[in-house]
Ligand binder design. Structure first.
Ligand code: 5GP
Ligand code: MN
Length: 341
């Protein structure tokens, strides 16, 4: 844990933050629990330090994340574009959290690259593109929220971590480790969770806020997916679920309603790879999850214009649902050896 944010590397950023700055925090398109938890955790910390801070997201995000302290101040770029552009243009510093390349911010990519602000990247995805001045990239970390905790500690500000900061960071780590159960969750990560509880994060409330907050429609949609749409391909230890535009309309599905469905396919005995295909207006979004050493990331990167982590990745396809599933099935034989390990 101490290898992260070595004193000499963090010092230039510590010095920059010594005096009040105008700061914009950015994260990836369709931010998830870790993207919002790390962004709002850092936001609440920097506010506490007296900076002028705004979190700007490139898109909307699920409403089960709206409880996070500071959420009411978040600006969504597409909804408030002029204001967002002005804030970025006036910013002294720009934080890039939970993404490793500008195009993960979609509509904000160009503006982030062109920004003259000092850019600081804090992230846990492999191989960051060189677009930031200060890069803190630790792919072994379970969550960007964990890195924000370690960043604050490296700034010698552990004592500043209040309930607001703690709740956001707890939620980020919880979200990216599927409630502390992934291989990435180390004993150090558990110690950080304990420290966040000591700083005021009420664990069961956060779990309730995120996981027990779905609509009746979403539960029916999950039932539909499991009963009607789950396909198992036993010879490749693979299971997948697909949901077309028409199907999700039936359930009045909104942002976040499909979250977690892919994990259910992975709960089946002997399944090592799970996929979820979700059609929206412009593409088929693909979520991949794997167990053990099988790299879902490599599959997303090679075949679906995506990326992510070894056991949780995502991508997209523009050839329609039927063809996308055909393509997915056609590439499985190439992975036969790894899937049968
Ligand atoms: P999800 O399946 O929850 O949408 O995404 C899982 C992980 O895959 C994310 O945390 C992110 O790291 C990665 N990911 C998802 N979609 C994309 C994508 O379109 N491009 C890239 N590079 N990574 C993605
Ligand atoms: Mn993350």
């Amino acid at each position: 844990m101490n290898e992260r944010f070595p004193y000499n590397e963090v010092l230039p950023v510590t010095n920059l933050l010594e005096f009040p700055k105008k700061i914009v925090i950015t994260t990836h398109h369709k931010p998830d629990g870790d993207a919002m938890g790390s962004s709002l955790g850092l936001y609440n910390y920097l506010i506490e330090k007296g900076h002028d801070v705004t979190v700007i997201t490139p898109s909307d995000y699920p409403d089960f994340l709206f409880w996070m302290p500071g959420n009411d101040k978040v600006i969504q770029f597409p909804k408030d574009t002029e204001n967002a552009k002005k804030l970025i243009a006036e910013a002294d510093m720009l934080f890039c959290l939970d993404y490793n390349q500008p195009d993960r911010t979609e509509v904000m990519a160009e503006i982030i690259v062109a920004s003259k602000a000092i850019k600081v990247l804090i992230d846990h995805h492999l191989n960051p593109a060189p677009f930031c001045d200060h890069v803190f990239s630790y792919p072994l970390s379970c969550a960007t929220a964990e890195l924000i905790y370690q960043f604050i500690v490296a700034m010698d500000d552990k004592g500043i971590i209040n309930k607001d900061i703690a709740e956001c960071l707890y939620a980020g780590i919880m979200a990216d480790t599927n409630s502390f159960r992934f291989e990435t969750m180390t004993s150090d990560s558990h110690r950080i969770i304990a420290a966040l509880m000591e700083a005021g994060a009420v664990n069961y409330k956060i779990h309730e806020n995120v996981y027990d907050n779905f609509s009746f429609n979403r539960m029916k949609m999950v039932g539909y997916c499991l009963y009607n749409k789950l396909v198992v391909v036993p010879e490749y230890h693979t299971a997948y679920i697909s949901l077309s535009k028409e199907e999700s309309k039936q359930f009045d599905s909104g942002t976040g309603d499909t979250e977690g469905i892919v994990n259910m396919a992975l709960e089946i005995k002997d399944i090592k790879l799970a996929a979820f295909f979700y059609e929206n207006e412009k593409e088929v979004k693909i979520s991949l999850r794997s167990k053990g050493t099988f790299s879902a990331k490599e599959m997303a990167q090679t075949h679906f214009e995506g990326g992510g982590h070894r056991n949780a990745s995502g991508g997209k396809s523009y050839i329609g649902m039927e063809e996308t599933i055909k393509k997915f099935l056609s590439i499985l034989p190439a992975y036969e050896k790894e899937l049968n390990k």
